[in-house]
Design a binder for this molecule. Structure first.
Ligand SMILES: [Zn+2]
Length: 134
């Protein structure tokens, strides 16, 4: 809740909910302590969100990695979705010759409406990654 009140003339501290009876109309906290607590919690929430995004990317990478190990370079999206793949999470994107090339860490693929194709390790030399170790 972002400083929501039932009526317009009552403002409450974002942290503890105490009624703010004085101060500027854009005041949000009853005290510096509440302000600090609120910002600390926001910061923690940001870190939780980052961790959640990272775990989704790791799952995507695990799925792509398994496909690669099985020699699979193209996979239908519904099947990937069943495995828990989240198409909206990528680590990079670029347009290459009218193709939408995405990356999940060191694995690249082309995203088409129905499938992921061209699943491959990012060529060695790019991003300093060398899959063959040569
Ligand atoms: Zn407060």
């Amino acid at each position: 809740m972002e400083n929501m009140t039932e009526n317009n003339h009552e403002l409450h501290c974002l942290e503890c909910g105490a009624l703010l009876t004085y101060g500027r109309p854009d005041r949000k906290f009853c005290s510096p302590q509440c302000k600090n607590r609120w910002h600390n919690r926001k910061s923690r929430q940001w870190h939780y969100r980052q961790a959640r995004i990272l775990s989704i990317l790791e799952r995507n990478h695990t799925i792509l990695d398994h496909l690669l190990r099985m020699g699979v370079k193209t996979m239908e999206k519904p099947f990937l979705a069943q495995l828990g793949y989240r198409f909206e999470y990528v680590t990079s994107y670029r347009k290459v010759r009218n193709r939408n090339e995405f990356r999940c860490f060191d694995i690249q693929y082309v995203d088409t409406p129905s499938r992921l194709t061209g699943i491959a390790l990012v060529p060695s030399g790019e991003d300093g990654f060398d899959p063959e170790g040569v």
